[in-house]
Design a protein around this ligand. Structure first.
Ligand SMILES: NC(=O)CC[C@H](N)C(=O)O
Length: 232
């Protein structure tokens, strides 16, 4: 049976089309979810895409967090539904408190758009299980508020409990603390990252195909759910 992966569209989402394309390229069926939906249609996972939900008013992701679809996603994520938040999606996950910390304006005060090397730091999630620890991948970043911050205790806790999933290498584009590009929750089912794996699934349109592995990882984790990701 084909896996079905929800892709949410908020007013102002930008990368929902590419996220759906990545889901399809990985071999799953994308199920388009609208911000006002409450029924997740029994999807096997959800992608919160990049963009400018609700015009980035107030703070990036701050309004999307209160949308009807997020109420359903928060409840489902807390029961183990795999959720991947990309860029604005990562911001929504932090605003929703599914992930700790916050994303603030880039320290250089610029919107940064470039290809970025990352190091894989955690493969104990459904989204990263087919990557290798220490693997270096190349994916685009494009954000204005991508600086990851958290209080010192939370940063220490993220480090010691292996919750950091991706780290920037060869330059930190936004001043993120500890070069953090992506993190996971305790159970591992919720992952957020600022860079855009959905823009790195074909060399025709992106710098590499490294991003596709996040989407194929999810499919493989659904086929063999006895993954190690449940160890917090
Ligand atoms: N590409 C994105 O998702 C951008 C996220 C957000 N609007 C920002 O500028 O930080």
């Amino acid at each position: 049976m084909t896996a079905r992966v929800g892709v949410v569209t908020f007013p102002g989402s930008l990368d929902d089309g590419d996220a759906a394309r990545a889901v399809r390229a990985a071999g799953a069926e994308p199920v388009r979810l609208w911000h006002r939906d409450t029924d997740l249609q029994g999807v096997d996972g959800v992608v919160l895409p990049g963009g400018f939900s609700y015009g980035d008013y107030l703070r990036c992701g701050a309004i999307a967090r209160f949308s009807p679809v997020m109420e359903s996603i928060i409840a489902a994520a807390n029961k183990g539904l795999p959720v991947l938040g990309i860029c604005n999606g990562f911001q929504v996950l932090c605003e929703s408190h599914l992930l700790p910390g916050a994303l603030v304006r880039n320290d250089n005060q610029h919107f940064v758009c470039r290809d970025q090397w990352l190091r894989v730091e955690n493969v104990d999630t459904p989204w990263t299980r087919d990557l290798r620890m220490g693997q270096e991948i190349l994916v685009p970043v494009k954000n204005g508020e991508g600086g990851y911050i958290a209080d010192p205790e939370t940063l220490e806790w993220l480090e010691t409990l292996d919750r950091i999933v991706f780290r920037y290498i060869n330059g930190n584009p936004n001043g993120s603390r500890n070069d953090i590009a992506g993190i996971r929750n305790e159970a591992g089912n919720v992952v957020g990252l600022m860079p855009h794996p959905e823009h790195a699934i074909s060399t025709l349109t992106g710098p590499s195909v490294d991003g596709l592995v996040l989407f194929t990882s999810l499919l493989n984790s659904l086929l063999t759910p006895a993954m190690s990701g449940s160890s917090a």
